[in-house]
Design a protein around this ligand. Sequence first.
Ligand SMILES: Nc1ncnc2c1ncn2[C@@H]1O[C@H](COP(=O)(O)OP(=O)(O)OP(=O)(O)O)[C@@H](O)[C@H]1O
Ligand SMILES: [Mg+2]
Length: 362
Amino acid sequence: MSSCELIEENGANLQIYRLARPASAFIKWRAPARQSRKSRIEETFSPKIVRIMIEVHQLTKRYARHDAVRDVSFSVARGEIVGFLGPNGAGKTTTLRMLTGYLPPTSGTARIAGFDIFRQSIEARRKIGYMPENVPLYEDMRVREYLKFRAQLKGLDRGNTRRRVGDVIDTCGLDSVRRKMIKTLSKGFRQRVGLADALVHDPELLILDEPTNGLDPNQIRQIRELIRRLGQSHTVLISTHILHEVEMTCNRVIIIDNGKIKATDTPANLTQQMRAAGRIQVEIQADPEVAGGAIHRLDHVKKVTHESLEDGWSRFTVWVDSGVDPRESISRLAIQYGWPLRSLFQHVSTLEDVFVELTRKD
Ligand SMILES: Nc1ncnc2c1ncn2[C@@H]1O[C@H](COP(=O)(O)OP(=O)(O)OP(=O)(O)O)[C@@H](O)[C@H]1O
Ligand SMILES: [Mg+2]
């Protein structure tokens, strides 16, 4: 144990340690406090041995005027599906391009399955299937021909090329367009060709930069299903603006803003933290000043805001201390004052609320 080093700890009771041997690591779950001391000790001493797939250490990219990415460190364990989120210009693409060896960092290191992406570029890249933000495709090639060409470029021999191209055409649902010229394909099919290209050399790690960008809701759903299936046998790092997708697909999210990491945790833990500081919405027919004052005087209420609706109805948003639910007290007030009440609910935070809270500029 003396040769292991803690490299990441997050709120999900998760600690990732690196062992002295390169690329080897284990994850240790901190046992919940309610467990007995004996079971906690057993869990601590039987760590699940895993390998780290991505290890980023103090990565920085400086352009002439500003730092696009500043001192970014994180790691991704084998088998995780991690959402990489951030507003436009946050530094997502820049980070992913450095991770995949397309852009040299100003400083810092990135390792893929233990291989340094710049010093051991060939070994590291062999592990990565990268789908860039704007997939560059050869317009005048046919789909199958293009994938064959890409497979050979990535070093596959003839037999493997034929087999893998067949496999990815199947996996990505490209059979009906395999003989079509790429320039005649719709956006959704182009994205699938990009994904097939990323998969053709059978990489362990998929790095996808906004793979559902510009797709319609049906196509988004299809690509999501595909990524979810791929996630069963691959490690996935995916950048997207569709937060609902992330909540459904990812085990963990990393939120980056202005080149710096703002949070890294499971979607459930992030939304839970928001929920702790609760918000209630209530719609009643009452004098706004009287009702607002009465609600504000309830225990644990921190703030009340008011919005006038039609026909004398008012909507109040009530902020309360963490863990407090004043809905019953509010309904009693409504009965006591004789206010008609038509809606009373506790706002459930979504990943979008967390995202906005962490990255808003005001
Ligand atoms: N070649 C470049 N030269 C100068 N600045 C750049 C260059 N490439 C990116 N930037 C800047 O770096 C910052 C991060 O850009 P990046 O493309 O990584 O953002 P992003 O998070 O991928 O955004 P989006 O959601 O719009 O794709 C931006 O301010 C961008 O203008
Ligand atoms: Mg981008």
